[in-house]
Design a protein around this ligand. Structure first.
Ligand code: J2J
Length: 553
């Protein structure tokens, strides 16, 4: 079992030589700004404005206190926080302490958190009292039973200072700005961080039964952030609206909040991408840039069509995470009065951008080209032959910030990587002569529900646990707002109402976005010649029903 699959030496050397991988930790960007411009505003969150100096002091104080409490570099942490400044304070603190977190999405529930805890056996839990699982201590006790190492639980908004995250992150003598040697009194210096080591685990959208973890190193992630910040021309004047879940790879690193910290700009926290609320934040803080998924852009366009004034200060709107209809793309500059950038990325690594100076046609019709000259892209047909420009094929990739293996998943790794170390992304793309990609479909068994990824196998396995379910297949069907929604196709032993199946899944602790939008009941599954469920035929069989009004369960 390997926790982390390194890049081969020759490539690692090349990435260092070319200046992609620096000899610096992932906190480099923040720490540089904190030294150079301590008073500049790093984060706006509600009524709070947090400067670079303050952010660095809080992260340092938290890191020192954790180490003083007996946590050690190399320990792992399970973190689940909402879109609040404390998410970044915590993330940066753990990086400084050399503690390797997984940042769960706030929408994740018991099933996902249990899986992360079982895989990482964390020594530290940082969660929010506002999350239904952490209103009381019962679920934390369950996690403790699953991770025998779990030694410390801290909570956002806990009335008891002994376990209140903000209290743990309060710098000593915060006023004077000289906390560098004052934080957490008797704690020693922070550890030296190996830039080649795993900084944190990113979440995979997955296509298998259990959620997979993606080890990301300090050096590889920092490169993707620096290069992204440059491509997107971030400056200290950038004001970025963080309206998607903060741990998501897109809004964290493409260039995301960490890119903004690198450039010395300001991150404005938004709880959701809801237009009314976001437009107010944009106006109040003169936001210049936002990253959205297509369904959110759809809502923003509708809001403006409905009479809401388009935000004035907004200069760049990024769209990514799922397919964005060309017709909508064309409306963005017109209705929202800002430039559009398409972003096609993945938590596993590779990120593509349309460039700011690309001709509009290219921005409207492609999902961009890779960040790095050393991103090696292969577009292969089903027989493994290289596709000609414009032909549809599977996207394979390796490069200076694309991972080499999931955490402790030998079987999955054997399937996802080839002998040359190319990651088979499961996306179907077309590449044009200039190297720009168009995403046209996928071969992985995943549903992309408005940017939220659902591994079909995970939900099928849960449905099959119900005694009346004989066969289960989760497939996508078109949805006007989300792009895709999920439909659970079932062969039952005896009739069941959808509400019973929904309750069954909720009881299993699955995140809401993974609950099937619809259930379809069949007498038998269409099968492929080798006897597997034929999802293509299944989709076609249920499709006519998709347009009919759906009875609510
Ligand atoms: C179509 N499909 C897309 C796009 C991602 C930046 C942006 C997005 C993600 C992300 C990310 C798409 N058009 N523009 O990590 O850094 C689908 C593909 C891809 C999968 C990855 C980033 N942009 N997708 O969405 O790990 O199928 O990352 O393989 O959540 O989303 O999902 P995820």
């Amino acid at each position: 079992m390997t926790d982390f699959t390194p890049w081969p030496d020759d490539l690692a050397q090349r990435y260092r030589q070319k200046g992609y991988w620096l000899d610096a930790p992932l906190t480099r960007g923040l720490e540089t700004q904190a030294r150079a411009r301590p008073e500049a505003c790093a984060i706006r969150c509600g009524a709070r404005a947090i400067s670079y100096g303050a952010l660095d002091r809080m992260a340092t104080a938290l890191a020192r206190r954790l180490l003083a409490r007996g946590l050690r570099p190399g320990d792992t942490a399970l973190v689940q926080l909402p879109n609040r400044a404390e998410f970044f304070v915590t993330f940066l603190a753990l990086l400084k302490a050399g503690i390797t977190p997984v940042n769960a999405l706030f929408s994740h529930r018991a099933l996902e958190l249990r899986s992360y805890a079982e895989q990482l056996r964390p020594r530290l839990l940082i969660a929010a009292r506002s999350h239904p699982l952490f209103h009381d201590d019962r679920f934390a006790a369950e996690l403790r039973a699953r991770s025998d190492r779990l030694a410390l639980c801290l909570y956002l908004d806990d009335p008891d200072p002994a376990q209140d995250l903000a209290a743990w992150a309060a710098p000593d003598g915060a006023e004077d700005g000289g906390a560098e040697d004052g934080g957490a009194e008797d704690a020693g210096p922070l550890p030296r961080i190996d830039p080649g080591a795993v900084a944190f685990f990113q979440l995979s959208g997955g296509s298998t039964g259990t959620p997979k973890l993606i080890p990301r190193t300090h050096a590889d992630y920092d490169y993707s952030i620096r290069a992204s910040a440059e491509i997107c021309a971030l400056t200290p004047d950038t004001v970025f609206l963080c309206a998607l879940p903060a741990p998501h790879n897109y809004v964290l690193s493409s260039p995301g909040a960490l890119g903004v910290f690198h450039a010395g700009g300001t991150v404005v926290m938004a709880p959701t991408p809801e237009p009314q609320l976001c437009f107010e934040l944009i106006a109040r803080h003169r936001v210049t840039m936002v990253a959205l998924v297509p369904s959110a852009v759809g809502l923003w366009l509708e809001a403006v069509r409905g009479g809401l004034a388009a935000p004035e200060s907004l200069a760049l709107l990024q769209v990514g995470g799922a397919s964005f209809a060309e017709a909508l793309a064309r409306q963005v500059p017109e209705l929202l009065g800002c430039a559009l950038q398409q972003v096609f990325g993945m938590a596993e690594g590779l990120v593509n951008y349309t460039r700011l100076d690309d001709p509009p046609e290219r921005i409207f019709t492609t999902q961009g080209r890779p960040i790095s000259p050393d991103d090696e892209i292969r577009v292969r047909d089903a027989t493994g032959r290289d596709c000609a420009p414009g032909e549809t094929g599977q996207l394979w990739v390796r490069g200076p910030y694309t991972f080499r293996g999931y955490f402790r998943s030998p079987a999955q790794n054997a399937a996802a990587f080839d002998a040359e170390g190319f990651y088979h992304s499961g996306d179907l793309v077309q590449r044009d002569a200039a190297g720009y990609l168009r995403v046209v479909g996928r071969v992985k068994d995943q549903i992309n529900r408005g940017g939220e990824k659902i591994a079909a196998e995970e939900i099928e396995a849960l449905l099959l646990r119900h005694p009346e379910v004989m066969q289960a297949a989760l497939v996508s069907e078109p949805d006007p707002r989300l792009g895709e929604r999920s439909c659970a196709c079932l062969v039952l032993r005896q009739p069941l109402r959808p509400v019973v199946l929904r309750r069954h899944l909720i009881a299993a602790g699955v995140a809401d976005y993974k609950l099937p939008d619809r259930f379809a009941f069949l007498d038998a599954m269409p099968l492929t010649p080798v006897g597997k469920i034929d999802k293509r035929a299944l989709r076609a069989a249920i499709l006519p029903a998709a347009d009919a009004p759906q009875p609510t369960p």
